[in-house]
Design a protein. Structure first.
Length: 199
């Protein structure tokens, strides 16, 4: 004797076998909205594996590559080997970094850039001996550095450089802006309210 397929009831386990019916074209608005809401709740209660199974059923095999967002998300949830075996992924996935790892890499990159720029800024450079391109690059670099260190100092309360080093960078920026006014930025740190370098 054939049993009728059981439809999901809110509060019970959601599985692929008890998927609610989808709305038909001739259903009333109220019935359509009820079925849409029921289906969304059922989908939200599915296990992660079931949800990804459904997504991969809709994803053509040619699109099952490491750069695809569904594939990336699956790898983050289940790991590379499991995803490759279960959903037939083509190619070698690239590493996926957590938001903490990305922040750490950004901070490390920013610190390295700051250290390199500090060495350049610490040197006594004759402004007449640098080209427009060099001045433009150094002004932009100094503005980025000063904004970064201001944020660390005022917002995060964790300065990475001394007040003296900060002041030297500010002074260097002011010198370059006077020599190359065409490259002076609109919101330059040297003209902010409260800056001792403000004219």
């Amino acid at each position: 004797m054939d049993q009728e397929q059981e439809v999901w009831i809110p509060g019970t386990d959601a599985t692929r076998s008890n998927e609610p019916p989808r709305a038909a074209l001739d259903d009333s608005y109220e019935k359509t909205m009820y079925l849409v809401d029921l289906w969304r709740n059922w989908y939200a209660n599915l296990s992660d594996i079931d949800r990804f199974d459904m997504m991969f059923e809709e994803l053509p095999v040619d699109f099952r590559i490491p750069s695809n967002l569904v594939v990336k998300s699956a790898i983050e949830s289940f790991g590379v080997e499991f995803v490759k075996d279960r959903w037939n992924i083509k190619g070698q996935p690239t590493p996926i970094y957590s938001s903490e790892e990305i922040k750490a890499q950004y901070k490390e990159s920013k610190e390295e850039k700051t250290k390199k720029s500090a060495k350049v800024s610490a040197k006594t450079v004759d402004n007449n001996s640098i080209s427009d391109a060099q001045a433009f690059a150094e002004i932009n670099s100094l503005v980025d550095e000063l904004e970064y260190h201001e944020k660390l100092y005022y917002d995060d309360n964790s300065p990475e450089i001394s007040d003296y080093e900060f002041d030297m960078k500010m002074k260097r920026l002011e010198e370059l802006e006077k020599q190359f006014p065409q490259f002076k930025q609109k919101n330059t740190p040297t003209e902010r309210v409260g800056s001792e370098f403000e004219e």
